[in-house]
Design a protein around this ligand. Structure first.
Ligand SMILES: [Mg+2]
Length: 309
């Protein structure tokens, strides 16, 4: 079973990756090189600042520790968007359009949380992937149908299209296999048949062909797109995590792909870290990461609830 310290390491890896990607988010590939944690850039934030990816992950982690549902998660999203809760500096400087709109639907139009996310095929950004990882720890011993339902409910609060649901379902199942001890290629090979048998539309499943193809590891860098589209982000993160030998190199590879650098780095770091739970990022990155009392409390309570001694 995963230990409390390993869970702490996992959250740290994701937040560090987010923070390395933040200053170069939206930059074109190969117009810059990230070599370490730095400040300023895209949002002019201090070094070690993490973004919505980590803030929304913390919201989910706290919800799961408290045994909360989608309504409880959405209430935390409101506190994040309207009051800057769950942020490193009290300010929201980066939030996806779908997530912002869903929060407005929930608050302003009284839409139930699980129906607040846009259902259009055009609303398939990576906003679910960026926050769903803690669910793998809390559901690792639950039956498949319970895992699927929880993943769906915690996805549709902001992303209601089946493609976003499939992405989160596949990601959580893959993380689960990693937590059970499978290396990444085998974890994905074990997770995919579970998703393929879940009754999703065939034309939607087909869009994930590269995500679960073992040959993705051999793709050239030019063949990897790093946009915020959920399929692009998932492929890019898998490609980095499959090809890089250390947590440090996974994060740097992802942060240097351009475009949605923070989210892709965070997803890639999670995919790597779930299989290497004792490995930590370089010390100077850990020391530069901004650690707020709220984030520290949420992570340690989550580790206490779902980790072993
Ligand atoms: Mg972000």
């Amino acid at each position: 079973m995963t230990t409390k310290q390993q869970i702490q390491n996992f959250f740290e890896a994701g937040m560090i990756a987010d923070a390395l990607g933040v200053p170069v988010e939206f930059s074109r590939r190969d117009t810059y090189t990230v070599t370490t944690m730095q400040g300023h850039g895209t949002y002019d934030q201090p070094a070690g600042s993490w973004s919505d990816d980590s803030s929304l992950t913390l919201c989910l982690a706290e919800t799961l520790t408290q045994g909360g549902d989608a309504e409880a998660l959405m209430a935390k999203f409101v506190a994040y968007l309207e009051h800057g809760a769950y942020t490193p500096g009290g300010e929201v400087f980066d939030v996806g359009n779908a997530t912002r709109e869903a929060i407005r639907n929930f608050v302003g139009k009284n839409v139930p949380a699980i129906a607040a996310g846009e259902r259009s095929a055009r609303s398939n950004g990576n906003g679910g992937l960026m926050r769903i990882a803690p669910l793998a720890f809390s559901t690792v011993n639950l039956p498949r149908e319970a895992r699927r339902q929880l993943t769906q409910d915690f996805t549709t609060v902001t992303h209601g299209h089946v493609r976003a649901i499939i992405a989160d379902d596949l990601y959580v199942e893959c993380l689960r296999q990693l937590l059970l001890g499978q290396p990444l290629a085998q974890a994905m090979a074990a997770a995919w048949p579970v998703i393929a048998a879940a009754g999703y539309p065939a034309e939607e499943l087909a869009l994930f062909h590269r995500v679960h193809d073992p040959a993705l590891a051999n793709a050239a860098r030019e063949a990897i797109r790093s946009s915020g589209y959920v399929i692009d982000s998932f492929e890019a993160a898998m490609w980095c995590a499959l090809n890089c030998p250390t947590l440090e190199s996974v994060i740097l590879q992802a942060a240097n792909l351009g475009e949605d650098t923070d989210t892709i780095a965070q997803i890639a770091a999670c995919l790597y870290a779930a299989g290497h739970l004792d490995e930590r990022a370089p010390r100077n990155w850990r020391e530069t990461l901004i650690r707020t009392p709220a984030a520290e409390r949420i992570i340690s309570e989550f580790a206490e609830r779902f980790g072993a001694d």
